[in-house]
Write a protein that binds this ligand. Structure first.
Ligand SMILES: Cc1cc2nc3c(=O)[nH]c(=O)nc-3n(C[C@H](O)[C@H](O)[C@H](O)COP(=O)(O)OP(=O)(O)OC[C@H]3O[C@@H](n4cnc5c(N)ncnc54)[C@H](O)[C@@H]3O)c2cc1C
Length: 412
């Protein structure tokens, strides 16, 4: 049975992360939006130390977790001791409420770490997570997108050619989140176009490996505190032990790496909800609290003011997106396949955050357009949540395939 009752740890995590977002992130959100490409060094170090002292890392929340513990609980129909994905979704909503760009600067396993946890061998998980969860702030990036494609992952053109115990990797990756600060990159490459999807593999490449270069940083519309980079690979030699999932044919490979998104999409959706809530809270504080008003939910439609109606609509949309997100995260915690639910959550949250941030600006008129408020920043930050980790159209395609029971070939 689905149970979203907060455990004491969840309550504590929500309160703690909210306070951190309010006291540490909000005050510097505008600065790092305006000073794009300036590293928030102090914030990175402070946040790393804070999460380390608590023994929590966002992206371990994405991890597949302790399978034995999970299956034991499943059999007993009990709630697992720690629902790490649900906990992660609750916490990351609060953190993104503080500033979504800075959220993506928080050290930890990141998307790269999530891919390692989804498709790595036990040895690889141990080896690379030691780096990503180590005493020094570090980050794992995922480099899939190329100049020739984004949505269609099977179009990977970066090549990996076997040379003894090594693979030689050549290609260009674009829009890599954390591409500058990353300590390791999960790079997708093909062993040969003729092999199709089966030939697509993910390689873990550590920063400093000869042939791997951060070529340039992107100038962006929103989430400007986050470093988004182009990464070039020129005759980059990578040991076969770094091939995610190992060399054996039966290992998960492409499919395994794609499963990364089952874990990361609910987290991305939770971030979008955090931004939507920033805008909602701002409007609520200014229009309702400061004016001593109260929203009367029982009033019939014709007796309500415009602000009441708008706020109720916003609330309903946020709640719908949040419930989808929590369900997708909860399913992962309970070892249930959540491909459809993860995409539903991402599609819904990506739309809701756009609608709510734009509506908030509309309510404020020219004030909303001004940089005196963070409203215009939230609107810019919001847009990417319907782009990265799969666009809204791609999420809807995944959901449609799952509902109609169509294959990729049948529904493109
Ligand atoms: C700020 C930012 C950070 C990013 N971070 C990363 C990262 O860390 N790692 C990484 O690998 N990538 C990253 N990306 C890339 C992102 O994942 C891609 O941009 C995204 O997947 C879309 O790919 P595309 O840009 O090539 O668009 P395309 O695939 O060319 O799509 C263009 C448009 O066509 C639509 N479309 C495409 N195919 C279909 C279809 N079959 N049916 C209906 N509509 C379709 C899309 O929805 C989109 O609207 C990032 C992008 C941004 C902007």
């Amino acid at each position: 049975m689905i149970d979203f009752e907060f455990t004491p740890i969840m309550k504590m995590a929500k309160e703690f992360t909210h306070n951190y977002a309010r006291d540490v992130m909000r005050p510097i959100a505008r600065k790092y939006d305006e000073e794009e490409h300036v590293e928030p060094t102090e914030f990175i170090q402070k946040t790393h130390e804070m999460f380390r002292s608590l023994g929590f890392s966002f992206s371990t929340a994405n991890a597949s977790g302790d399978k034995e513990e999970k299956s034991e609980h499943k059999e007993k129909h009990e709630r697992p001791k720690m629902e790490m994905n649900l906990l992660g979704a609750i916490a990351i909503e609060e953190i993104a409420w503080g500033c979504p760009g800075l959220t993506l600067r928080i050290p930890g396993p990141g998307l790269g770490g999530a891919a390692i946890m989804a498709a790595g061998t036990p040895e690889q998980k141990k080896r690379f997570m030691k780096i990503l969860n180590g005493p020094k702030p570090s980050y794992g990036a995922m480099a899939l997108t190329e100049p020739g494609f984004g949505s269609d992952a099977s179009a990977v053109a970066t090549t990996a050619v076997k040379d003894g115990d090594y693979y030689i990797i050549n290609g260009t990756k674009i829009f890599v989140t954390g591409g500058d600060m990353a300590d390791l990159y999960v790079v997708w490459a093909t062993l040969g176009k003729d092999l199709g999807r089966a030939g697509i593999k993910a390689f873990v490449i550590e920063k400093g490996t000869p042939g791997l270069k951060m070529a340039r940083l992107e100038h962006k519309l929103g989430i400007r505190a986050s470093d988004t980079a182009e990464v070039v690979l020129e005759d980059c030699r990578v040991h076969k032990d770094n091939l995610l999932g190992g060399e054996k044919k039966e290992e998960k490979g492409f499919k395994g790496a794609m499963q990364t998104f089952d874990a990361t999409r609910p987290m991305v959706a939770a971030m979008a909800i955090g931004i939507a809530r920033s805008a909602y809270d701002y409007v609520y504080e200014d229009f309702v609290v400061k004016n001593g008003l109260e929203i009367n939910y029982g009033k019939p439609l014709h007796k309500r003011g415009y602000i009441e109606t708008v706020l109720e609509d916003m609330e309903a949309k946020i709640s719908a997106a949040r419930l989808l997100t929590w369900k997708a995260a909860w399913m992962l915690d309970h070892s249930l396949p959540n491909l459809k639910e993860a995409s539903m959550a991402k599609a819904k949250a990506g739309t809701v955050v756009d609608e709510i941030t734009q509506k908030a600006i509309e309510l404020y008129g020219p004030e909303g357009y001004s940089r005196r408020h963070l409203l215009e920043k939230w609107m810019r930050d919001a847009k990417v949540y319907d782009v990265f980790e799969g666009t809204g159209q791609i999420q809807r395609l995944v959901v449609a395939r799952a509902i109609l029971d169509y294959t990729r070939k049948e529904l493109k």
